[in-house]
Design a binder for this molecule. Structure first.
Ligand code: AMP
Ligand code: MN
Ligand code: MN
Ligand code: MN
Length: 285
């Protein structure tokens, strides 16, 4: 492994959410917080939408921090939901926007199914659906979990996943996400670089995880998120070893969703291990 120069990794965060998906801050407020936290480079990577990028760009230009235009696209691989980060995408690309519109529609269809099932379970599914649809962001299960908590149906959002929304639970519906290779193709087609989000978080055996990475590389994936918010040091080491094995560059990201998640702040130390090529190197950052 070659030694990398000591780039100031702690000032780079390439995975964050605004209220255009399931984050709580507006894109402008997110950028302001990033600047205040001392970040030099920030990627906004909302779930299946680029709707926040114009606002984030304006604020980043004003505050003179570097905004990497991004998106976190939902894909499927062997019936598992996988998240692929598109970094340095062109948010104005019409083909990408059309594909993301389709993703949003899949989300709306799934949300209606979930809420109909909640009604069968004697919960106020119509009200919950209305609460989710009143949000400014593309609908996610995180919005629904929050609506269930706000309505007093669960005491914590985690319980909403544990009781109803998680895999194998009564109100779980798998969205029909496009295949991994298609999603990587969309990102590349819009000029972006595909990075696999939080590779340690998928419920896969070690062998299946290696096959996922092999398939991702074959599809044109270029990086994996070696350091991801909420993942322990053990996962950093394991992900770094996988990056080396498959020749991926390394990315870092908090997966910030809002200041209420006090255990996962923006601007925390996200240091890439020595020997991993930073994904931002070829972009001169
Ligand atoms: P969706 O993309 O609609 O499936 O919604 C999943 C989102 O819910 C994720 O992006 C997380 O931000 C959030 N989330 C929060 N807690 C959980 C949990 N226990 N399991 C899965 N997702 C969770
Ligand atoms: Mn999320
Ligand atoms: Mn994710
Ligand atoms: Mn995310």
């Amino acid at each position: 492994m070659s030694q990398c120069p000591s780039a100031p990794h702690a000032h780079i965060d390439l995975h964050t959410h605004s209220n255009r998906s399931d984050g709580t801050l507006t894109p402008a407020d997110l950028v302001q917080l990033a600047a205040a936290a001392g970040l030099r480079v920030l990627a906004l990577t909302d779930h299946d939408t680029v709707a926040g990028l114009d606002e984030a760009r304006r604020e980043a230009d004003r505050l003179r921090i570097t905004l990497v235009p991004g998106v976190e696209i939902s894909a499927s691989w062997r019936s598992q939901a996988i998240h692929v980060l598109g970094l340095w995408i062109d948010p104005a690309c019409g083909r990408l926007r059309g594909r993301l519109d389709t993703q949003e529609e899949r989300r709306r269809v799934r949300m209606r199914k979930i809420c109909a099932r909640l009604s069968q379970l004697k919960l106020p599914g119509d009200d919950l659906l209305a609460a989710v649809e009143a949000q400014p962001g593309v609908p996610t299960r995180a919005h629904l979990a929050e609506a269930l908590r706000a309505g007093g149906h669960v005491s914590r959002t985690d319980d909403a996943f544990r009781k109803y929304l998680g895999k194998g639970k009564e109100a779980h519906f798998a969205a029909e996400w496009p295949g991994l290779a298609d999603v990587v193709g969309w990102i590349r087609d819009s000029g972006g670089l595909a990075s696999l989000a939080h590779p340690a978080r998928y419920a896969l055996s070690a062998g299946a995880r290696r096959q996922l990475l092999a398939d991702f590389a074959a599809a044109g994936g270029r990086a994996i998120e070696v350091v991801s918010g909420g993942n322990g040091a053990h996962h950093v080491e394991a992900s770094a070893a996988l990056a080396v094995k498959f020749g991926f560059a390394g990315s870092v990201g908090s997966d910030f969703h809002g200041p209420q998640q006090i255990w996962n702040p923006l601007g925390r130390s996200l240091k890439l291990p020595d020997g991993i090529v930073p994904v931002w190197r070829e972009f001169g950052l």
